[in-house]
Each structure stands twice: as structure tokens, then as C-alpha cells.
Design a protein around this ligand. Sequence first.
Ligand SMILES: [Zn+2]
Length: 351
Amino acid sequence: MAPATESGLVFEVQTLTSKIVAPDGTPVEKPVEIRTDPVTGRTCRVTYARAAEKETGTAALPEPPPAAADREACPFCRPQMNRRTPTLAADLADADRLEKGNSVLFPNLFPYGRYSAVSLFDDRHFVEIGKASRQSYTDSFHNCRRYLKRVHASDPAAVYMAITQNHLPSAGGSLVHPHLQVHADRCPPNHLRFLEQRTNDYHARTGRGLFSDYLSCEREAGSRLIGQTGNWHWMAAFAPEGFFEIWGILPGICSLFGLDADHWNCLSQGVLNTQQFYRSLHRNGYNLGLLAIETAGSRLEIRVRILARSNYAPWVRNDHTGYEVMLGDMATFNAPEETAALARPFFSKDL
Ligand SMILES: [Zn+2]
């Protein structure tokens, strides 16, 4: 077990062994780690023995899905986008859709909450993981920010905000066309509600930012640090709740509206670096999440989470088994310190 750091954050690892008799009659002990996330207090498992299992569909990067070849059926492809996607309500914009570079933002036809939009990036109908341009991501993030600013001006109570991405159906994506989802609501989803409480409590107790202190601990430890893009600091999650989970922390900033052009550009670079890392592992599905609480007193510093999902390929198993769904602990197969070591080369290039 790791000792409490100066900040009081505890990076706890319990190691246990499971004793079994191997098929050849040899007694063996299989190590399992239980790690506790210092931010959430949630536990996860690192089940090292399962790394030896053959993971279907990861021998090579899977072929693009059939929908990748069907532009005509895609409501996000032009010219049909203009007649098949909804337009913004009059109180949010004076235009039907928001445009920035080649990014277009419009409401989600199937909203998740009070404010739910889709921000396209890249002109191509299908972009493989790690192959989008940095500028297209940056433009799309800018559009998300513009939309959220307008929501904030129109409905100041809708302070719980997020930008997410589902790359391919195995990660929850319904259309392959490159896009981000943008969310704002008066009612916080679970993670935002919990993080609001945790970061407020931490600040009241210490006078400091929880993620700033988390980053300081990780800088001291070093083993999970991956790299930096501008002011974004990238690291493997200590207690991952997804495979090869990577965090990007922007210390000291608690509002998406406080990010300038360079911040978005450097975020895009980190996202693409991570995608290229996943691509090197032959992973084609992933999720991204960037959460914020847009109140003057918010203590939730900006952090992006990115994790690989099950590959989208025939007969690949889901990464959430009965263990994750019913017991609530994620069970990954490799050490976060190994994730960091494998990811570092993809962050070694300068902007
Ligand atoms: Zn398309």
C-alpha cells in the first residue's frame, strides 16, 4: 500500500494472490491488484493473469466497418446533412447551425438532456482512429465551446457540461461519421454530481484544487506520467476504469470558457497522440470525456479521460463483463505504469 502523499491523497494498491492448481498439476499463485482511485474512492482490479488470454480481433487493426463505405446513407454527410439534421432553437443561435472551419454543430436529433448537440469534424465520412487532422478536432472543440457559451447565456442554470466522443459502435457510436457530442443540463449526471462534491470538499479542507494536487503527486511518482502538450499534462490513470485509460489534466482552470485557442489545439494534439497509441495496439474503439461545471465557484479543474473500448470487429467480446456490470469494479489486464511506458513515444514529439 502506498503512503498518503503530502496532499493527503492516497494512491492505494492492495496486492493479493489467487492460489490455483494449473492444468498440469503445478500449484501456482496468480496476482491481482486492487487499486483505489484517489479522486473517486472507487476500486478497480488489475488481473495480470488475464493478459495471457487471447483477445479476439486484436491481431491487427480491424478493417473499417461496412458503414464506412456508405456516404449516401449518412445523415452527417453533405449535401444531405442540410435536410436530415435538426437546427438550433432561436434562443441559442441566430444561425441554423454553428460552423467553424470544416466543423458543423447542430442539435442532437436524439437528445440526452435539455441541451444536446453534435459537433462534426473532418470532411471525410469515415476517419480511422488516429488519422483525423489536429485542426479538424480543434475546430470541432471550438464549436462545442461556442454552443456551450450560448447555452450558458440563455439558461444560466444549465451548468453541468460535457463533451464526449464514441468512436465506432463498440464504444456506443451510432454513426461512423466523425463527431463529438456536447451536453449541458441543469441536472448533473452521476459523475459530475460526484466530482462537484469531491472537489468542493477537497478545496474546503485544503484550499487547493484536487486535480492540481493529483497532478503534483503523479509528477513526484513519475511512473505513470506520459508527456505534455502545452499546459495539458498526460498520464495513465492510477486506477483505470477502462483499458489503457489516459487522463489529460489542465491544472488551475475550472471553466471550458477559460480555454484559449492554444489550449484547444494542445488538447487536440493529446487526443490524437492517444489515438495513435491505441492504433499501435490494434484498438479501433474508444471513448473520450471532458467535464465541467460552469459556475463561478466551481473547483472542478479541467480533465479529459480517454479509454480504449472493445474492438469493433466480428465476435469481439464486450469489455464490460458481469464483473463490471454487476460488481462495479473494472477489471483491466495490465499495469497503468506499463500503459504509460507504451504511450510515451506517442507524446515525445513537440507541437
Ligand atoms: Zn458521413
